[in-house]
Design a protein around this ligand. Sequence first.
Ligand SMILES: Cc1ncc(COP(=O)(O)O)c(C=O)c1O
Length: 440
Amino acid sequence: MTKKTPVDFNIVSEVIKASPVDNVGHASIRELVRIVNEIEARSGEKFVRMEMGVPGLSPAEVGIRAEMEALEKGVASKYPMIEGVKELKEEISRFVKLFMNIEVSPAACIPTVGSMMGGMATFMTANRTDHHKEGTLFLDPGFPVQKQQCKVLGHNYESFDLYDFRGDKLGPKLESYLKTGKISSILYSNPNNPSWICLNDEELRVIGEMANKYDVIVIEDLAYFGMDFRQDFSVPGEPPYQPSAANYAKLYILLISSSKAFSYAGQRVGMMVISDKLFNRRYPELKRFYSSDLFGYSMIYGALYCLSAGTGHSAQYALAAMLKAANNGEFNFVEVVREYGEKAKIMKKIFTDAGFKIVYDTDIDEPIADGFYFTISYPGFSGVQLLTELLYYGISAISLDITGSTRSEGLRACVSQVSRDQFDDLRIRTKKFNEDHPVS
Ligand SMILES: Cc1ncc(COP(=O)(O)O)c(C=O)c1O
């Protein structure tokens, strides 16, 4: 039966049917991108695209200029040092001091080919320090591809949905996993992709202290650095600072992406910051895989060497220049990305006005912040059904099912690619969805 939907019913049905994915609701982010591209091309309808976290802003000018200058100086023909160029290492060390108030020496600040690669190298090292330990504990919901990285490496992992264990419940829950002796590392993103939960300082203290107690490495993924816009983390050297378990944990790795904070996703450059204690720690069992028992040395001349032998030379100069400008207080990178929070506020209202619910809606006792992502559900629909149905209304998102969430009714919506001039379309389409699916 052909229905009247905002995007041609037959075209959407045909594209879904022709897709090699068993169930479109379970498609990975990149698979959905392909499906939506095809529906757009065939129907001529522009989607409200919320499936992929691509930065929707221009890259920082200071980065582009520095990268062009580096290329003109001829860096493209030279292999960069695997541990990174000196200027960048120094600016990363300054950055974490000025915006997080933590001390890490430049030697332990290393560029990576995005946090994606930073994660892979981290698993390759952190999960190989002790053969009794089997893998990573993920504080979910999370970024699905990180679990894929563990799988590819043959590592085990455990996970639980953080939302059910906030505040006082977090410590006992963490301990129930750590006391098995099988966990080598704990990974979470903060702010969280996809739920936009922001762990508070007390929770981060619990994570750090539990990790110390069980000699576990904390992997803190700061892909959305400074983006809890309820506080202003933008002034270098002054509180408030980006909250972090690094204030409490002895052994930690921070993955700081430049993709969203500096809108520099295309150049695939990110930062890995290893606590000095971990960087200099000896783990005899690392020698099963690497030539040295030193953690930092194994990371650089073992894992990172194998993966790509370093990070693109010119991109390192771009990142160094952006960080230098931020560190010197000449470039307010947080102010630039605040637009995401403002758009989220409007978009959440459009959805809730049309009968949708926000799935992850509180941070313990306060409303969840407005940021890069938010989560939605609709009465009577599973996430998978909702995702599929919304395609007929020209709206795309991803299912929370693929993120390790226990909220299988939900979808993750990303605000970045939606322009303000699409808000009217979004209003019309969600209203039509509501009329076609009345809530009793
Ligand atoms: C939580 C999280 N970690 C890591 C990444 C990857 O970052 P990068 O682009 O630096 O590889 C992303 C990107 O979306 C992310 O959301």
